[in-house]
Structures are given as C-alpha cells and as structure tokens.
Design a protein around this ligand. Structure first.
Ligand code: SAH
Length: 231
C-alpha cells in the first residue's frame, strides 16, 4: 500500500514537472516569435539558441515565472539580466559561429554565456561580484554546459591567457572601451559594448578591429548597469 502511494506520488510529481517544462518551452517559442522575430532578429543560430536556453533556470527563483517577459529582471546584488531582445541583438551583432572563442564581461546570471555556448566552441566569462559568478558557474554546470569558463575578477583586464578572442560582449556600461579588451580582440573581430557615463545616455557600440585599427559605430540607445572596478 505504502509502495503504491509512493509510486502514485512520484508519477504526480513527474507529471507536474513535465507540464511545467512544456509550459516554459511554449513561453520560449512565443518569446522568440513576438519579441525577437517581429523586431527584426534574423540570425538562425541566435534564434535557435534563444529557443533552447532555459532562461527560467538561470534567473533567481523569485523571478522564474517572469523569465520570458519582455523586460530586464533583477538577479540580486543590484544587478539585472537584460531583456531577451537585447541579449538576442547583441548575440546577432557579433555573428557567432561554431569554432569561435568568445569573451563575455559581466557573467551575471549566466544567461548570455549560455546563449553563446549553444553556438560557439568556447565561452570565457568574467564576473566581478563573487557570489553572482559562483552561482552562475554552479547553475551552468548543473545545466550541462561544459564549454563555459567562469572567472571571478575585474573584467577590465579581459582574460589574457585565452586571448585573442573572435568576439567580445560586454554587458555592463563603461565610460570608455577598456584598452586591454581592444588588445584581446582578434584582427577582424567584433566587440559589442554599452558605453556612457553614469546617469547619462548610453549607446550600444560595435567595435571592429581592422589592420590593427579600431573602428566604432553607434548601434542603439540602451540602459545597462554600470561597469564597476575592483579597488
Ligand atoms: N550578462 C549577464 C547580465 C549581467 S548584468 C546575464 O546574462 O545575466 C552585468 C554584470 O556585469 C553584473 O553581474 C555585474 O556585476 C558585472 N560587472 C560589472 N562590472 C564588471 C567588471 N568590471 N568586471 C566583470 N563584471 C562586471
């Protein structure tokens, strides 16, 4: 009798879990259609990654149910995860492909790193807030991402041991583009970075390196949390 009750209970839990997973995958599909495709995101690899990565598993538990909404969400320590459109836009801008090695500055929840890891070979990501970096590292490991490497520290200096990178994504707003990041970008590489002084307008910039020279282009007005420095 006791065994039967346990089996029944486990089946119910399994059913509820599968139901929740189906609901989230449906929400992800809708997010891709209504927030990304209608706003012009076209890159197939980016759209597939956005359909695949379980954003609800990477945001804090209090935010799970809002994971697929069209807005940024708090992830603790005064930080936020960008709205899905901005993540997709930044990803599409660097044109990620299999075989690439990418650097991200500002691991946060680990979501942007996971999106990149679905497409490219290796993702190196640096986070300045220890607890956030550790949390993301554990979550990403639990979700099975073996090609994401997290470092705790000041991303101003990039990650020299693994440079140069095919592309760099910075997810916190800087007042200027950190010179070490420009150095660690490969020839013909692309970097997307929000630039702007605190409390002023920020622009997402595309930075390209051609023949050793840096060219910048303004893309979109944005609002990111500030790039902070370790003392
Ligand atoms: N890419 C993240 C978004 C994180 S918000 C995601 O997908 O969830 C920006 C992150 O940048 C925050 O976690 C913040 O702590 C981090 N950050 C700010 N300044 C930094 C720096 N100098 N080096 C590394 N990380 C930094």
């Amino acid at each position: 009798m006791k065994k039967a009750a346990t089996v029944l209970w486990c089946s119910l839990l399994f059913f509820l879990h599968s139901y929740a997973q189906d609901t989230y995958s449906e929400k992800r599909k809708q997010m891709v259609e209504s927030q990304l495709i209608t706003r012009g995101i076209k890159d197939k690899a980016t759209l597939n990654a956005m359909r695949t990565v379980e954003r609800h598993q990477l945001v804090p538990g209090t935010q799970t149910r809002y994971a697929y909404e069209d807005r940024p969400l708090p992830i603790g320590y005064g930080q936020t995860i960008s709205q899905p459109y901005i993540v997709a836009y930044m990803t599409e801008t660097i044109r990620p492909e299999a075989g690439m090695k990418i650097l991200e500055i500002g691991t946060g929840s680990g979501y942007q790193a996971a999106i990149l890891a679905e497409i490219v070979d290796r993702v190196y990501t640096v986070e300045i807030v220890d607890s956030l970096g550790r949390r993301a590292q554990k979550k990403l490991r639990d979700l099975g991402y073996k090609n994401i490497h997290v470092k705790l520290g000041d991303g101003y200096f990039g990650w020299e041991e693994h440079a140069p990178f095919d592309a760099i994504i910075v997810t916190a707003a800087t007042e200027y583009i950190p010179p070490p990041l420009m150095e660690q970008l490969k020839e013909d590489g692309k970097m997307v970075i929000p630039v702007g002084a605190p409390f002023t307008a920020q622009y997402l910039m595309l930075v390209k390196k051609k023949n050793g020279k840096i060219k910048t282009q303004k893309l979109l007005p944005v609002r990111f949390v500030p790039f902070t420095r370790s003392d």
